[in-house]
Design a protein around this ligand. Structure first.
Ligand SMILES: *Cc1c(COP(=O)(O)O)cnc(C)c1O
Length: 466
């Protein structure tokens, strides 16, 4: 294995990291004792760390490196754009070629009349924009009191004040006074954990109808929009029952509520179509995009807006008083555009649908035979397995939620596989370019990790149901 020598020794990097770098979503003092794993390069679905270990990345970074690591094309586009026009804004009646060309490309790929793009630097920022957009829409329509957004518990929409408020993560709300006013939440369509004796179909309807009850409770004249991820990602890759989205759509249509699909993970091929909304038959007014838009090569996000919402706000006779210095940043936009072109030229969405998904599906579902695994779910290249001490009752473990998942993730880490845990669910979302041979390696390492985790739980007496 090649030893990488163009950086400081691992111990020294870890010392400097601990001394000066505060990590997101991390207990920093605990990490400082242990030392972060330092990633030094990436190629395809593979990462290398500062010790020369070769790791298979089952999470595409944070669900974003869809086209795989190390694409020379994208590096060249970024370098060319920096020389030509490193930065210009799109505020004061100016525009530039990358922002224009990318917006046109996104409108071409997005379904129906989702024809207008408002740029942000990330998914969180884009969701903050969406709060402003839907409230502005109803203001212009003469209904300023129609300003409440309904979202879901255990949804994830980012970690800014707006994004964190739309999200339904208890851990985020516990710190810093979230959610902000006029955002409210209904239950999640998580049949495995919450469906009891119902069929998934019954439970999907039950959860969707919580939206109707909430609208009735608040009054439709108070509700601006509903937001949801087609598949909850950070919540644990929770695939909703087939009945769920059609019922949500029916309710939004019936009460005249705007529908926002947060496609930050599900957008750009992840589910085997360009957008998760196509996979689930959702017709949103607004989509949130980020992550796979640039395959993580540059920070960029945005909102794709339908004709009606766009025309209302654009024709209000006033400025829309909102924007970011880096809205449509030319380097990020040029990289994102080339990323989407490469996805088209190389047929990567078709690769997911026709090759990678069917192959992984067979192998992923076989994991459900493992003694530790209850259900195994996979849509496109977004999958999860539920760890359980009792497959029939779907019981959680007696230990604190997440204890077993954390132990399993530790085994994966040790076996050079990146697979995350959310509570006691293990999740994957590999780069979309993953090949069948690489899927074999991923599954072999996952199986080894599950075996080791199971043996450890057994010897520590932790295989008990709550
Ligand atoms: C990651 C994510 C976000 C937030 O995106 P950032 O770029 O991290 O701000 C929003 N929504 C969903 C569904 C996400 O997965």
């Amino acid at each position: 294995m090649t030893k990488i020598t163009n950086h400081l020794p691992t111990k020294e990097l870890q010392r400097l990291d601990a001394a000066h770098h505060m990590h997101p979503f991390t207990e920093d003092a605990a990490l400082a004792k242990k030392g972060a794993r330092i990633i030094t390069r990436g190629k395809g679905v593979w990462l290398t760390d500062s010790e020369g270990q070769e790791i298979i990345d089952g999470m595409a970074g944070l669900w974003c490196v869809n086209i795989g690591y190390g694409r020379k094309d994208l590096a060249e586009v970024a370098a060319r754009q920096m020389e030509e026009l490193c930065y210009y804004n799109t505020f004061f009646q100016t525009s530039h070629v990358p922002a224009i060309a990318l917006a046109a490309k996104i409108a071409e790929l997005a379904p129906d009349d989702l024809n207008h793009v408002f740029y942000a630097g990330s998914g969180s920022e884009a969701n903050d924009t969406n709060i402003r957009l839907v409230r502005r829409y109803w203001e212009v329509k003469g209904q300023p009191e129609k300003n409440i957004l309904i979202a879901r518990k255990n949804g994830y929409h980012g970690s800014t004040m707006g994004g964190g408020s739309l999200g339904g993560m208890a851990g985020i709300w516990a710190q810093g006074g979230l959610p902000i006013p006029n955002i409210t939440h209904i239950g999640e369509p998580n049949w495995w954990a919450q469906g009891g004796d119902m069929t998934p179909e019954e439970f999907g309807l039950l959860r969707a109808r919580e939206l109707e009850a909430k609208i009735e409770e608040l009054g439709a004249d108070r509700v601006a929009a509903f937001i949801g991820e087609p598949i909850q990602g950070a919540g644990g890759v929770i695939v909703p029952p087939a009945t769920y989205w059609p019922e949500i759509q029916r309710i939004c249509d019936k009460y005249g509520i705007l529908l926002i699909a947060d496609e930050v993970i599900t957008g750009f091929g992840r589910t085997g179509n360009w957008f998760g909304s196509e996979t689930f038959g959702i017709k949103p007014h607004i989509m949130t995009i980020a992550k796979g838009l640039s395959s993580g090569y540059a920070p960029i996000g945005g909102s794709i807006i339908c004709d009606e919402v766009y025309e209302t706000i654009a024709g209000s006779g006033e400025d829309f008083n909102h924007g970011y210095t880096y809205s449509g940043h030319p380097v990020a936009a040029a990289v994102a555009l080339r990323n989407l072109e490469l996805m088209q030229e190389e047929g990567i969405v078709e690769h997911v649908r026709d090759v990678a998904h069917p192959y992984l599906m067979e192998r992923w579902q076989a994991l459900a035979d493992h003694p530790l695994v209850g259900e195994a779910k996979l849509v496109g290249l977004m999958g999860s397995i539920a760890l359980t001490p009792n497959k029939d009752s779907r019981a959680p473990f007696a230990s604190d939620a997440g204890t077993v998942g954390y132990r399993c993730r530790e085994r994966c880490f040790a076996n050079n596989l990146i697979m995350r845990h959310v509570g006691d669910r293990m999740i994957i979302a590999p780069p979309l370019v993953i090949t069948p041979a690489e899927i074999d390696i991923l599954i072999a390492r996952a199986t080894k990790s599950l075996d080791e985790c199971y043996a450890g739980l057994k010897s520590d007496g932790l295989l008990k149901a709550a």
